[in-house]
Design a binder for this molecule. Structure first.
Ligand code: NAD
Length: 312
């Protein structure tokens, strides 16, 4: 198949591309490198089955010309940082324009299938735990979550109006090799700077599921193969969760540090829009036949180990 991957030079996107190429597909990566890195896809550049287009999804002309001839689109591109939404809410506008451009260009080229990297943040701060996919109303508390929910709505509307098929994967926190942001990266950077002291955002009791990136990619491919509704909404997570202070302890252990003091900025949230505790109900993926291989703590430890071998 000819597969178009937006955001394919990013952390999750580049792992997806590795797997798609390994599975024998022809892959086009469309990425503006705003948070992705060319080095993540460098190893494919000489491959005849691989094309890299360095461009922004808001560039409609470029997108129309680039998307032609593809069978399926994985839409992975977005601003990845939930925190940034509080300082620069305008980033949501760009992501919403991007999804509209993409769907409308797919419609013009008669491309019928889209797979989208959504997020647990669409649920907002909601009582049922673990959260099932059919929970509503969905009221995100971050600008990032709102942009994801808007994209889900746009995908659903295009699928129904133009006979397309969509897979919406609501990710837990994804961690692993090539990670460029998030709590583990923050802690490693801070401790490299000051090995005796670590500042932790919030009260450290925030507790969330951390899914290993290879599990995430595996689950997306499995979900697309096995869920065949017109719109398929699937939570992607693991059934355990890790507290932020526990992540700090794991990072300290893996760095071989002693006598590190932790200080807390206080409050229950790390930042405005942070949902301090959530767990995703993964029953739907399990019923399809998929479960994560890593527990949350193990995903955090494995990620710490691989990231410690890099410069970050
Ligand atoms: P990432 O920043 O590494 O990847 C995003 C990629 O999209 C980058 O390569 C970036 O350059 C590209 N991009 C952004 N805006 C673009 C635009 N307008 N045009 C072209 N390219 C653009 O982040 P990631 O962690 O790999 O996240 C991938 C996707 O998964 C994102 O949609 C993110 O919101 C979603 N997600 C991630 C997590 C997580 O824990 N990492 C959790 C939930 C959802």
């Amino acid at each position: 198949m000819n597969i178009f991957v937006t955001g394919g030079a990013g952390f999750i996107g580049s792992h997806l591309v590795d797997q798609l190429i390994q599975d024998g597909h022809a892959v086009t990566v469309y990425d503006d490198l705003s948070s992705g890195k060319q080095e993540f896809i460098e190893h494919h550049l000489d491959n005849n089955n691989f094309t890299f287009i360095h461009a922004d999804l808001v560039d409609t002309k470029k997108l129309i010309e680039s998307l032609q001839g593809h069978d399926v689109v994985y839409h992975i591109a977005a601003n990845p940082d939930v925190r940034l939404g509080a300082q620069q809410p305008v980033i949501a506008k760009k992501d919403m324009l991007a999804i509209y451009n993409l769907l409308d260009t797919m419609r013009r080229h008669d491309i019928k299938q889209i797979i989208f990297s959504s997020s647990s943040t669409v649920y907002g701060e909601t009582p049922p735990q673990p959260l099932p996919e059919n929970y509503g109303p969905l009221l995100p508390i971050s600008v990032y979550g709102a942009a994801k929910l808007a994209a889900e709505g746009m995908i659903s509307s295009f699928c129904h109006t133009f006979d397309m098929q969509g897979w919406i994967f609501r990710f837990a926190n994804i961690v692993g090799e090539r990670g460029t942001h998030g709590v583990i990266v923050d802690f490693i950077k801070k401790l490299r700077n000051d090995p005796k002291h670590l500042e932790i955002l919030g009260d450290g009791k925030q507790k969330k599921p951390y899914l290993y990136v290879k599990d995430c990619v595996d689950a997306m491919l499995f979900g697309c193969q096995h869920a065949q509704d017109q719109i398929n909404v699937l939570n992607l997570g693991c059934d355990t969760a890790t507290q932020v202070t526990r992540i700090a302890e794991i990072v300290v252990e893996e760095m071989g540090l002693n006598d590190v003091t932790f200080s807390y900025t206080g409050g229950t949230r790390g930042w405005k829009g942070d949902v301090p505790y959530f767990q995703l109900d993964t029953t739907k993926m399990k019923k399809l036949g998929w479960t994560a291989t890593y527990l949350s703590d193990d995903a955090v430890r494995e990620t710490t180990k691989v990231l410690l071998d890099t410069n970050l």
